[in-house]
Ligand binder design. Structure first.
Ligand code: SF4
Ligand code: SF4
Length: 223
């Protein structure tokens, strides 16, 4: 999701590339699940996230929507977001709390139950992306994570995503597709906006991916 914020308010103001070492590692998030609850409409999913979930959970997009995702409008674009509406009694580090706006994938120990196929935005945290020209840089939103980060790690390793150069190129392409709408919102009529949104939803989300095939091939066929 595109956020228009002052970088100095949320980060140290530095921009990084994927090969940069950044203090990202905590020993463990144990005892904390702050970024998996009450995040409202910030955790949106791109088509690769949906492919990963379809492959990892053996569910169709419609089944995911029925249980774990919801469609919302962000910056004029309709896309799936993680649902944050589970009420959960969480016990971790010997402390129990009731969370009323928990991600549906969070378990009762305050851990992500789909760690291997979690969406890109969860992998990224506490990093964010800033898009410049046709590429992007990373920023560290150090004021948004509640634990001290001590271990330096390369961003590309932190993201735990295979075929990393392809992934980075895809991220920029997808941003371009979304920006083609967000940058021209004021020029689009209501019908045109609706038609464009329906086309993107159908083509990149509702049409299930063949999980036996490479995602990027299918993404490029659909473009
Ligand atoms: S806020 Fe930081 S420490 Fe807490 S769960 Fe998220 S990443 Fe882990
Ligand atoms: S998918 Fe996992 S990591 Fe992401 S918000 Fe939900 S529980 Fe947290």
């Amino acid at each position: 999701m595109i956020r228009n914020v002052d970088l100095n308010e949320i980060s140290n103001g530095k921009l990084y590339d994927a090969n940069d070492l950044v203090k990202l590692g905590v020993e463990d998030c144990a005892g904390c699940h702050a970024c998996c609850c009450g995040t409202g409409d910030t955790l949106n999913l791109d088509p690769y996230d949906v492919y990963r979930l379809e492959a990892g959970l053996k569910k169709s997009f419609k089944e995911l929507l029925a249980m774990h995702l919801e469609l919302r409008v962000a910056d004029g674009v309709i896309m799936p977001f993680l649902r944050m509406d589970k009420t959960l009694e969480i016990t971790s580090a010997g402390v129990s709390v009731t969370e009323k706006e928990a991600c549906t994938f969070l378990n009762s120990e305050g851990r992500c139950s789909i760690h291997d196929c979690r969406p890109g935005i969860c992998r990224l945290f506490p990093l964010g992306r800033i898009y410049e020209g046709e590429g992007h840089k990373y920023l560290l939103m150090e004021k948004e994570c509640h634990k001290e980060r001590r271990v330096k790690i390369k961003i590309r390793k932190w993201l735990e995503t295979p075929d990393f150069p392809k992934y980075e190129a895809y991220v920029d392409e997808w941003h371009g597709i979304v920006s083609a709408i967000t940058d021209h919102l004021s020029e689009m009529g209501e019908d045109q906006l609706k038609a464009r949104n329906m086309e993107i939803l159908q083509k990149f989300y509702f049409l299930d991916y063949d999980i036996s095939r490479d995602f990027y091939e299918q993404f490029h066929e659909r473009r």
